[in-house]
Design a protein around this ligand. Sequence first.
Ligand code: THU
Length: 134
Amino acid sequence: MADEIPWERLFEEALRVRQRAHVPYSKFPVGAAVLYADGSIVAGCNVENATYGLTVCAERNAFVAGVAQGREKPVAVAVVVDTPEPCPPCGMCRQVMAEFAGPDLPVRSRTLNGQEARYPLSELLPHAFTRSFL
Ligand code: THU
């Protein structure tokens, strides 16, 4: 499956949506793109707020938009940041990913310089809390 994932398309979408990030406070735009089993891609950028705590990350915005668009079964996530080293998703976003995807979900993060990190979700969030515990 991993070989069939159109990573370049996903990263293009993440890069494109990153330009829409609303980041007047951090000036740290992030773009994320989620590929679904039906081949569709849903992208999200981070959106900050003057009450800083309301900030929503790019990854979560992509997943939430996917729900609103009726997308099911995320199969890959690409993230783009402008950092010296690739930046992994924050803890809240990892938990949201675990709500919708299994531990094998491949997550890749790239810098603008093209450096890339690759992680299965299980590495980012071992022992995830899932509905199986409820
Ligand atoms: N941010 C993301 O969008 N994704 C992450 O995984 C880490 C952090 C955003 C939140 C905030 O707008 C800015 O980056 C700085 O933390």
